[in-house]
Design a protein around this ligand. Structure first.
Ligand code: NAP
Length: 556
């Protein structure tokens, strides 16, 4: 039996930082990663156009001054290859790879109540008979968007050309010049791909079911002088991120929407539309998120921008969402996206009018006609937030299955612990502060909280931590209440648990998956819990193995 004090599942942005913290403390820990290398999102999503829409310098880790000083972000919104290089650099710099095992997909994690440990089984059989992998603490950094979902269409396997989900974009270059390419899906991913490949392929046909509101990314290079300035300002930048709801530099406009004049609103929106990043969403009036009238007026402003950028008025109208307002779904930021539709080699097929019937050997059949393609790109999204948890057979006390517990309602304590699943921590779990904020800022908070809990326990000789049912209920009620204030509760998006390709999630019945109170409130809440000796968590030392040797010695 191979035993570790801590097993971390997932070597993405969160898992990398988590193992860094554990390694620094000298805890015996290992990371199990399903992929062939580290990087998570930035390892998998190699599609053309994949890049941050957080400012690069707010996305990097903040924990090491040396790292901040030596890394030069070359673009304001850095692309996938550079982002993966960065994460690799971090792992190499801090010697983290030796704590990671790749091509190691975990299929089961069962809590053993008598022994107070977790028993893991992996797909590759490295945990075969008599070789169980066990740990006292299980930390799940599985990624919020790590399970891609494909449409459920007949004939998908029969297509003779190349086809792939954007998440599984091949590592080797895909030859697209002169090719007839289909892209299905117009979420943040589809919008990035389309803008990037429109002028590089022979013909591009976009299959759009529902359009998304989108605004310019306004990317650009970062010069040496700008980078030097950013380095000088890092403390200030991270302090700003810490006090804004989204964990970005973008601060909401302090004026009330209804107090500002129409001219003042237009002046703000004109400025934000031309500025880089999420300002158009997050530095806007707060009422955009909560007030139907404010949201409708702003949505009409963006609709006009689309009309100005797309030459064919009929196409422009098809690109304007009708079923939700701006910002109530996660806003994609785009580069040359709307202009792509002005090109003669780009065609928009509205599959809300003429749905796809099936995939054929040569392409796609809609209710209107057959389309022939060399390549089909599925930019059809993810079984978001809970998908990666559902794919592992996680069983807690008494064999309770997590997938069953979460079937009707998601419930957690602070998005990081679950009643009935002792010693299982989720630094960026469902209902935590990470999904709705600048992700690395959120995960640093979550990882630090979880690691502090382990240190606290170790220092006091505790070996078991479990959130109480009451604390979990209070948190879940709080998360649910926050949804009630947000217009986003009405939208069919992954923020509300909608996915047309996953059985049970296609109706758009709201699932309370993200915390909408903003980063500062989240941080204050979880810090207050810690300050009160982890109120809401039962800590005990009464069961199981004695603490193992390589972690800080427990003083009972
Ligand atoms: P998504 O937002 O869920 O969009 C999926 C798209 O595929 C939607 O347009 C959806 O249409 C369409 N679709 C799904 N199933 C379909 C089917 N069976 N037939 C036809 N169309 C179908 O997924 P995503 O674009 O991958 O983005 C997910 C999240 O990843 C983003 O919100 C963002 O948080 C993150 N992301 C970030 C970046 C970045 O810049 N850093 C880039 C890409 C993604 P319906 O809307 O009608 O369902």
């Amino acid at each position: 039996m191979k035993h570790h004090e801590v097993i971390v599942i997932g070597a993405g942005v969160a898992g990398i930082y988590q193992i860094k913290r554990l390694a620094d403390l000298g805890v015996d820990a290992t990371v199990l990663e399903a992929g062939g290398d580290l990087g998570g999102t930035w390892q998998w999503n190699r599609y053309p156009g994949a890049r941050f829409d957080s400012e690069s310098y707010t996305y990097g880790y903040s924990f090491s001054r040396e790292l901040l000083d030596e890394w030069h972000w070359k673009e304001r919104f850095s692309g996938q290859p550079e982002n993966l290089r960065y994460l690799s650099h971090v792992a190499d710099k801090f010697g983290l790879r030796r704590h990671m095992q790749f091509n190691c997909r975990v299929e089961a994690a069962h809590y053993d109540d008598a022994q107070n440990l977790w028993r893991l089984r992996t797909v590759d059989g490295r945990t075969g008979e008599g070789r169980a992998l066990t740990c006292r603490f299980l930390i799940l950094t599985l990624g919020l968007l790590s399970i891609p979902t494909l449409p459920r269409l007949e004939g998908m396997a029969s297509f003779k050309g190349q086809s792939f989900h954007t998440f599984d974009w091949p590592h080797e270059p895909v030859e697209m010049a002169g090719k007839r390419v289909a892209v299905i899906g117009t979420g943040a991913t589809g919008i990035q791909v389309i803008g990037e490949i429109a002028d590089k392929v022979g013909e591009l046909t976009v299959f759009q079911r529902r359009p998304n509101w989108s605004a310019p990314l306004n990317n650009g290079p970062i010069s040496d002088a700008e980078m030097a300035d950013i380095r000088r300002r890092y403390d200030e930048i991270f302090a700003t991120c810490a006090r804004t709801p989204g964990g970005f530099e973008h601060e909401p406009d302090r004026r009330g929407f209804h107090e500002a004049t129409r001219e003042e609103r237009l002046a703000l929106w004109d400025r934000l539309y031309d500025e880089p990043g999420f300002g158009i969403w997050l530095a806007n009036f707060r009422e955009i998120f909560t007030d139907e009238a404010a949201n409708a007026e702003f949505s009409e402003y963006i609709a006009d921008r689309i009309r100005r950028r797309v030459k064919d008025p009929k196409v422009a109208e098809k690109l304007i969402p009708r079923d939700h307002g701006f910002g109530v779904q996660r806003v994609p930021l785009e580069t040359r996206y709307f202009e792509a539709y002005n090109r003669s080699n780009v065609q928009l097929v509205d599959i809300s009018e003429t749905p796809i019937v099936c995939v054929t050997e040569t392409g796609l059949r809609t209710t209107e006609r057959d389309h022939e393609f060399d390549i089909i790109v599925y930019a059809t999204g993810f079984d978001a937030i809970t998908g990666a948890f559902d794919r592992i057979d996680i069983q807690g006390v008494g064999g309770e299955k997590l997938v069953t517990k979460w079937r009707t309602t998601i419930s957690t304590f602070l998005g990081m612990m679950i009643h009935g699943f002792p010693n299982m921590l989720m630094p960026a779990g469902p209902q935590s502060g990470s999904a709705s904020t600048n992700y690395p800022r959120g995960i640093e908070t979550g990882v630090n909280w979880c690691t502090d809990l382990l240190e606290y326990m170790s220092a006091r000789g505790y070996t078991r931590a479990e959130a109480t049912a009451g604390a979990e209920k209070r948190w879940t009620d709080h998360v649910t209440t926050l949804y009630a204030m947000m217009l986003m509760r009405k939208a069919k998006s992954w923020f509300t648990g909608y996915n047309s390709n996953v059985a049970g999630h296609e109706q758009g019945t709201v699932r309370y998956l993200v915390y909408n109170g903003g980063a500062p409130k989240y941080v204050n809440t979880i810090n207050a819990v810690a300050a009160k000796g982890y109120e809401g968590v039962v800590l005990s030392a009464d069961r199981g193995l004695a603490p193992t040797g390589s972690q800080p010695t427990a003083v009972a």
